[in-house]
Design a protein around this ligand. Structure first.
Ligand code: ADP
Ligand code: MG
Length: 251
């Protein structure tokens, strides 16, 4: 068996007496496409925050390529390749799509965002940014201001910026949330076509999107991993059906 790219072992996060993450042992291999599903409040976002380092575990560990990173701060984890999409409000709304992605490339290369580096660094970063936009089918929007983009396209810029940070593991928390149904396929098609060497973990409520995208699905209920399996296995799982018929529809 090859080494998982990311793993958790007996991961626990408590808030007071409340157990938000309950002994989660989880792993993903390089390039895997995984969905994390579960009712609202199941602890999906908390789990993702434990992977990025935004939230510290109460106990248990997080490993990247076999190395324990439980105590590594978030910005170092980004450098080592654990990247989540940034929220829209971190985008420079009156700058162009290309400028936003270019900034992320410069950031990744250690050229501080205040000191924009020399003309050559600038040009190279713009080229890398443009390549990313081409891969995402966004080349024709490169010169557009963020504020002038449709919401679905803005969400794609978040993904472009994440790619500029050269992820090994890309974490997406409801990337199609709030995107009009007419555009949600655009977001999911883009995610489906991400480079094959990146492991992608997506939290998504829309089961149609989940079943189209995921090779494996992990089901989280009340902080615990209820079950994991292929889309077909999960669809046929009586426990999952019960959770989704019983509770998730209120979510
Ligand atoms: N900082 C916090 N303090 C207290 N409770 C929290 C905190 N963050 C999350 N929780 C609780 O943990 C549970 C799981 O939340 P969350 O991870 O956001 O669930 P999901 O993303 O699956 O909807 C919720 O009951 C939430 O209220
Ligand atoms: Mg959430």
């Amino acid at each position: 068996m090859t080494q998982p790219i990311i793993q958790t072992k007996n991961l626990v996060r408590k808030y007071g007496a409340f157990v938000a993450t309950d002994n989660v042992t989880f792993s993903m291999s390089a390039g895997e496409r995984r969905a994390l599903i579960g009712p609202n409040g199941a602890g999906k976002t908390t789990f993702l925050n434990l992977l990025t380092g935004q939230v510290a575990p109460t106990s248990g560990s997080v490993l990247l390529a076999g190395e324990d990173i439980s105590n590594v701060p978030m910005h170092h984890r980004v450098r080592s390749g654990i990247v989540r999409t940034f929220q829209l409000n971190t985008l420079l709304r009156e700058s162009s799509v290309l400028e936003n992605v270019q900034l992320a490339v410069l950031e990744r290369r250690g050229v501080g965002s205040r000191m924009f580096g020399g003309a050559r660094e600038q040009r190279e970063a713009a080229e890398v940014a443009m390549d990313i936009l081409k891969k995402l089918g966004m080349a024709s929007h490169a010169g557009h201001r963020i504020s002038a983009l449709a919401y679905g396209r803005q969400r794609l810029v978040e993904i472009a910026i994440a790619l500029a940070l050269e992820p090994k593991v890309l974490l997406l928390d409801e990337p199609a949330a709030g995107v009009p149904p007419a555009d949600s396929h655009l977001v999911m098609d883009t995610i489906a076509s991400l480079p094959g060497d990146i492991a992608v973990l997506i939290i998504e409520h829309d089961m149609k999107l989940v079943f189209r995208f995921a090779q494996q699905i992990s089901v989280l209920v009340r902080g615990r991993l209820l079950t994991e399996g292929t889309p077909a296995e999960i669809a046929a799982d009586p426990q999952v059906r019960e959770v989704y018929l019983g509770r998730a529809h209120h979510a």
